[in-house]
Ligand binder design. Structure first.
Ligand code: SIN
Length: 549
């Protein structure tokens, strides 16, 4: 398979870039790990932050973003993203996304950290409305091919191309990316189960986040940090990974998996209470339940530990049931499936891993430190979010990034006359696993240790312990990766273990507490870390050893 532009991932960033590049004349291949709508975008409830209220201003949106970012957001990136937001939202609407409107324009919601109403939304299923509209456009475009069940394993670098190259293997040489090795997970096709090189003039990582690194997450199963892991293994710089955002309100229920209760509920007046009914946020922060997410999640965590309780509650039952049902039909219906009624009773909630603020180091247009590789959306770190993301700034970042990324990709396509032939993936000498119990155990071990030791509250000792445990697990997983016939489980396990290790490494390098990174041994912000971003890059190794054989 070959194309001008290879897009890995089918959320808002990947689909918007694909459409834009195709309109410019590029042939685009979009590969997605499972179904096309298995993306974080599809699950997004809140919306897109953008200034539409005449009483609001770009300066205020910028100030809120910078305040949340706790000194690590880049003011120029913030300025640009905020200023472009209204235009990008209108573009989405023109593509068919039906946002909720009033007679005066977009209905604007409110979320934590925002000083006013500025969240453009489609009731409480904004992501689904966006995903469906964009997928319809992508599927109808003659220059775009979208293939499901395609798992990217690793990026193809110069050193994996069949062409003899004078610089091949030269130490310190900057590599170029030419696509990815991809496992075909479809059944009933001739290539079923095979790993094939998919080459392209430009490769775009739009692979989303890594919530599955943690035991409890609001993310879908596909969020295993594949983009960060592949980029790091290929030698690209990654950064800011200590800043994992925990959403304060995920449903606490034995049968529920990853059910988010949107922050917009608190925007409309929902309050948080401990099990004895005490409303605790007003004594924690002047914005109470609408404080930035790091503050709310940390406050919940404190209450749970102090009282030895398993959850707190979110209560909006004081509002009119009709109003709640009309504004939050998706959350209302989802909770009814668990026998809970949002309009009548407090709902049990806990924080859960939600969003990675760091990622593959990239410009706003997605340019990474690896030539030929762009990163967009959650997988990228553009320094918009800094140490903590302002609610509903993520779909916005992906939109603005895709807009600029398409220009960047198109320039690269035009400058690249041809794509060289890649070597075939070699799987000789591998054998099927005799049993999968070890994978299952290691999946659980990685996610549980990340939750227990690298969660909302960290300490030097816990981080050191996590580092040692992960090193051991990663060693075993790498051995399996080389010996065994690959499966999606094994590939994803390898990725969550690596990304977990990178999060720990970043966290260990930050001897302070800032934004989403709270360390009991360094409980305050430290001026020595002001403006300092933790950047990690794999030490130069022969690129051959980055791959299996
Ligand atoms: C939410 O609806 O609470 C999530 C919005 C976001 O993560 O920005």
């Amino acid at each position: 398979m070959e194309s001008d532009v290879l897009v890995l991932g089918s959320g808002i960033a990947g689909l918007m870039l694909a459409l834009d590049c195709a309109e410019r004349g590029a042939d685009v291949l979009v590969l997605t790990k499972r179904r096309a709508d298995d993306s974080n975008t599809n699950w997004a409830q809140g919306g897109i932050a953008a200034v539409f209220d005449p009483a609001d201003s770009f300066a205020r949106h910028g100030r809120d973003t910078l305040r949340c970012g706790a000194g690590l957001s880049d003011p120029e990136v913030v300025r640009q993203v905020v200023a472009e937001a209204p235009e990008r939202v209108r573009e989405l609407e023109a593509l068919g996304v039906e946002f909720t409107r009033t007679t005066r324009g977009f209905a604007l919601g409110r979320e934590g950290g925002h000083s006013g109403r500025r969240i453009v939304h489609a009731k409480d299923f904004t992501g689904r409305a966006i995903e469906q509209a964009l997928l319809a456009r992508v599927r109808a475009h003659r220059r775009i091919r979208l293939v499901e069940d395609q798992l990217a394993l690793d990026l193809i670098l110069d050193s994996r191309m069949g062409d003899p190259r004078p610089s091949r293997g030269t130490p310190g040489r900057v590599e170029r990316c030419w696509g990815a090795y991809v496992m075909d997970g479809r059944v009933g096709v001739p290539s079923a189960g095979r790993i094939r090189p998919v080459t392209a003039k430009v490769t775009v990582l739009a692979t989303g986040g890594c919530g599955k690194v943690y035991l409890y997450t609001t993310n879908p199963d596909v969020a295993t940090g594949d983009g960060i892991a592949m980029a790091y293994r290929a030698g690209a710089a990654v950064e800011n990974l200590e800043f994992v955002q925990f959403h304060p309100t995920c449903l606490y229920h034995p049968e529920a998996k990853s059910l988010l209760l949107t922050e917009a509920l608190r925007g409309e007046g929902a309050v948080l209470r401990t099990l004895d009914g005490e409303r605790f946020m007003p004594r924690v922060h002047p914005m109470a339940e609408l404080a930035p997410r790091d503050v709310v999640a940390l406050a919940i965590d404190r209450e749970l530990k102090r009282r030895g309780e398993t959850h707190v509650t979110l209560d909006i039952s004081h509002l009119s049931p009709a109003r709640v049902r009309a504004r939050f039909p998706n959350v209302y219906a989802s909770l009814r499936r668990f026998g809970l009624d949002l309009t009548r009773e407090p709902i049990p909630v806990v924080p859960a891993a939600h969003y990675m603020c760091g990622g593959v180091k990239a410009t706003l247009a997605g340019r990474t430190s690896l030539r030929g590789l762009l990163a967009l959306g959650e997988v990228a770190s553009t320094r918009l979010h800094g140490a903590n993301r302002l609610a509903s700034n993520s779909l916005l970042e992906a939109l603005v990034g895709a807009h600029h990324g398409a220009g960047e990709a198109w320039r690269l396509v035009r400058r690249t006359p041809r794509t060289p032939q890649a070597e075939r993936w070699r799987a000789q000498g591998t054998h099927p696993p005799l049993e999968t119990v070890v994978f299952d155990h290691n999946w659980d071990a990685v996610r549980r240790l990340m939750w227990d030791l690298v969660g909302i509250v960290r300490s030097d000792q816990r981080l050191l312990y996590a580092e040692r445990l992960l090193a051991l697990l990663r060693e075993e997983i790498e051995l399996d990766y080389v010996r065994l016939r690959l499966s999606r489980d094994l590939v994803e396990l390898r990725n969550i273990a690596l990304v977990g290790g990178l999060i720990v490494e970043c966290a260990r390098r930050r001897g302070e507490s800032r934004g989403l990174h709270f360390n009991l041994d360094h409980p305050r912000r430290d001026r020595r870390y002001e403006g300092r971003i933790t950047v990690l890059r794999r030490p130069p190794v022969s690129t051959r050893t980055l791959f299996r054989r």
